[in-house]
Design a protein. Structure first.
Length: 296
């Protein structure tokens, strides 16, 4: 089955051109002429698209407002998003940089660059889905109460930051974590181990440290997760590298927040690699403040 892409633009010529390019490159395409129509399309299809490409300046609801609507809907908030627009004001450039270089492209676009970005995003989404499935299978043996959403409403607002390292003798090892509550209905240690194991089985030991951050569904515990991998030289390890994972577990991490969490975890990761002083709780607070804020 070909990946499905939703394109939103109020210029028919652009819609038709993009549709032709993508279909020629083995993508299935659905289109919408404005944001309101896009929301109707998303509501009417059974399976969400693998990627959304949207213009910014459109009559009625603009592209940013559409992005806000999509990322606050739990059925759609993990869909990768690309803005394609002629806008180039300082504010738009700032917002585009916040999203990441490959999340904001200006018109006229280079066809090869666009296709490379699309393929990269869809590949990462497939990897995320594969790891999420492996996490589900690995966690299936953990006893989670079926009524967790009703029984632990306060707990669902909890945010967990964890740091897992690879130990040649014991396997994954929880180096550190921060959470307000010490009485969760699941074991942070067990969940973080299985997040590490699931990612390692997908990437393999050699490619693990080169893997990018991944946004995941952790359906067993009704949470989302974001995990980032890295390594640093260590002669005491068999591989010569100390591999590690930084992870965030929270009730809801949408696509936009995952990009910001990646920046926070990348900074923490660099501190770990450089053996510099840092306050683990401060990084948790940054993530907690982020997840409690509005998008823009």
């Amino acid at each position: 089955m070909n990946p499905l892409i939703l394109i939103i633009d109020d210029y028919k010529d652009i819609l038709d051109t993009l549709k032709m390019i993508l279909e020629f490159n083995n993508f299935d395409v659905i289109t919408a002429n404005n944001s309101e129509e896009a929301l109707d399309v998303l509501s009417s299809i059974e399976t969400p698209p693998d990627l959304i490409i949207s213009d910014i300046m459109m009559s009625g609801m603009n592209g940013y407002e559409l992005f806000n609507k999509i990322t606050t809907n739990t059925n759609w908030n993990h869909i990768p998003f690309i803005f394609l627009s002629a806008k180039s004001s300082p504010e738009d450039i700032r917002f585009g940089k916040e999203l990441g270089v490959d999340d904001y492209l200006t018109k006229p676009f280079n066809e090869e660059d666009l296709l490379a970005i699309i393929r990269g995003k869809i590949e990462r989404k497939k990897t995320s889905q594969l790891i999420s499935k492996k996490v589900y299978n690995l966690l299936s043996s953990i006893n989670i109460p079926k009524n967790i959403k009703k029984k632990h409403k306060k707990e669902l607002d909890e945010i967990i930051l964890c740091w897992v390292i690879w130990d040649d003798t014991y396997g994954p090892k929880l180096k550190k974590y921060y959470s307000i509550s010490n009485k969760l209905s699941f074991s942070i240690e067990k969940v973080s181990f299985q997040l590490y194991n699931a990612a390692a089985t997908v990437y393999g030991q050699e490619g693990f440290s080169k893997a990018e951050g991944i946004l995941l569904n952790i359906d067993n515990i009704s949470r989302d997760g974001y995990i980032l991998f890295d390594s640093y030289p260590d002669i005491n390890q068999r591989s010569g590298e100390q591999e590690f994972m930084l992870g965030v577990i929270a009730l809801n991490i949408n696509y936009f927040y995952s990009l910001k969490i990646k920046k926070i975890l990348s900074e923490l990761s660099q501190k770990i690699k450089d053996n510099k002083d840092y306050d683990f709780q401060n990084y948790w607070e940054s993530i907690s403040n982020l997840l409690g804020s509005s998008l823009f």
